[in-house]
Design a protein around this ligand. Structure first.
Ligand SMILES: [Zn+2]
Length: 74
């Protein structure tokens, strides 16, 4: 399933209404960690309608900040 934020095929259903009524479903993206419900406004869950400033267009590897581990004390 395509993620609405990063547009990669890395999203899947994460949860659904516990009474199995189908009232809502929740999805999560394993690439950019975005989550959304199927009941949200079209401006949130439709890629073509989303604000471009909120889309995730970077590579995930470019965002990682490795904190250096200081040397052990003697
Ligand atoms: Zn994503």
């Amino acid at each position: 399933m395509k993620c609405v934020r990063c547009l990669h095929d890395t999203a899947a259903k994460f949860a659904e209404a516990p009474d199995k009524s189908g009232a809502w479903e929740m999805y999560a993206c394993s690439r950019c960690n975005f989550t959304w419900r199927n009941t949200e406004e079209p401006e949130v869950i439709t890629p073509e309608l989303r604000d471009k400033n909120f889309q995730f267009t970077q590579e995930v590897s470019d965002l990682q900040i490795l904190v250096p581990v200081p040397p052990l004390k003697k």
